[in-house]
Design a binder for this molecule. Structure first.
Ligand code: BEZ
Length: 385
């Protein structure tokens, strides 16, 4: 498959096949193609296109036409970038994004224009909480979900106190809140919450504070390029063998080649893992590796792949007629997605109800240690659908 490079806020049209404008479904990717989350955006796009390719290039009998905008993980540019796809390119379906703050702007623009939005990563709790909407779907997770699963694991390991460290934006704050909720419910105590602005990577002062507090464990949320540096710095500070480092799995997904020795043995929780060894996952991984030999099949690729599966469920129900928005959305809401991660359904708020795995880093793999919490549904607090 062909990689199309885009400049900032530059929409690139990639027509698959010869379809004319009225016979194609227009899909707008609003993803980060630059900055600390660039690799995540690329993996999502790869996964999406891989599923479409596996279907012979059509979903619901329709060819797709792709548009792209690099959102740079910059929330302040979110409204303009979203409107490039919605108003200028007039896409039928939006697929985006990675960063929770940018996703808030995208969801608002999608709601204002009644455009169907599939979120292939960003976990902002509010989007499937108080701001939930019939046109918005996730193929990923809420920020609460993977972190909530780590609380009981930490208590079971005998940890009574924890310090948390994250970027000070929605994803970080909500991930920490999810961990804190279940950790403290099981009897643990978060004794200090440390933050730094996104996407800064000056971790040293925070690591010095951890060393002086000496908690039983540290829990974090970091992802992408920032996660690579955090794990390296944590080990270099001599903390890895003295204060166990726990996290949602974003800290070690798509990052292990760069993290190397510093990540070995780390435990994380996530809705995907290496070593699932199911026929569905093995087939996905084989085809992903064949098409993208320089990339490992990671959680972001799976979420992109499943975003396309979700769209397929909607388009099949309306035989490719995207003007039948209500019927298409009803079919998407009630779909069972045969994901490489394992089958999942959507909650009424549009968020996956899914197993969360406990994983351990071994070599370049986040090897499954089993299911930490089965069929975990986001509480969707404040959603009135
Ligand atoms: C977020 O901003 O929601 C996010 C970014 C990267 C990984 C996971 C969540």
């Amino acid at each position: 498959m062909k990689r199309v490079l885009t400049g900032t806020a530059l929409a690139t049209v990639l027509a698959l096949g010869a379809g004319n404008a009225s016979a194609v479904v227009k899909v707008g990717f609003m993803l980060p193609y630059s900055g600390t989350y660039a690799a995540l955006g690329q993996a999502i796009e790869n996964g999406f296109k891989l599923y479409v390719q596996e279907q012979g290039g059509k979903l619901g009998g329709q060819e797709l036409q792709y548009f792209q905008v690099d959102d740079e993980s910059n929330p302040s540019k979110g409204p303009d970038n979203a409107n490039r796809l919605i108003k200028r390119d007039q896409v039928d379906v939006l697929v985006g994004t990675v960063h929770s703050g940018v996703a808030m702007a995208l969801a608002k623009a999608a709601n204002d224009s009644d455009t169907t939005l599939i979120i292939p990563n960003a976990g902002a709790d509010a989007i499937t909480g108080p701001l939930c909407s019939k046109n918005v779907f996730r193929s990923s997770f809420s920020n609460w979900q993977p972190s909530y699963a780590m609380g009981p694991v930490a208590v079971e390991k005998g940890y009574k106190t924890a310090v948390t460290i994250t970027w000070n934006y929605a994803a970080g704050k909500e991930a920490i809140a999810g961990f804190k909720e279940s950790f403290e419910k099981e009897g643990g105590k978060v004794v200090k919450e440390l933050t730094l602005p996104f996407p800064q990577v000056e971790f040293q002062p925070l690591l010095t504070e951890v060393a002086s507090i000496k908690p039983d464990a540290v829990f974090t949320f970091f992802a992408g390029g920032g996660a690579v540096k955090f794990v390296q710095d944590y080990a270099a500070a001599g903390l890895k063998d003295t204060v166990p480092l726990l996290s949602s799995g974003f800290m070690t997904d798509g990052t292990l080649k760069a993290q190397g020795e510093s990540a070995q043995g780390l435990f994380t929780t996530l809705h995907y893992a290496d070593g699932l060894d199911t026929p569905r996952d093995n087939a996905f991984r084989e085809n992903y590796t064949k098409n993208f030999p320089s990339m490992q099949p990671d959680v972001y690729a799976v979420q992109g792949y499943d975003a396309a599966q979700l769209l397929a469920a909607g388009l099949e129900a309306v035989k490719g007629d995207v003007s039948k928005k209500d019927d298409m959305r009803t079919a998407m809401r009630s779909a069972t997605i045969d994901s490489p991660r394992g089958q999942f359904t959507l909650s009424s708020a549009g968020n996956p109800v899914q197993d969360i795995y406990l994983r351990k880093v071994v070599g370049e793999q986040n090897l499954t240690q089993g299911v930490a919490i089965k069929a975990l549904a986001d509480p969707a607090r404040g959603c009135k659908l």
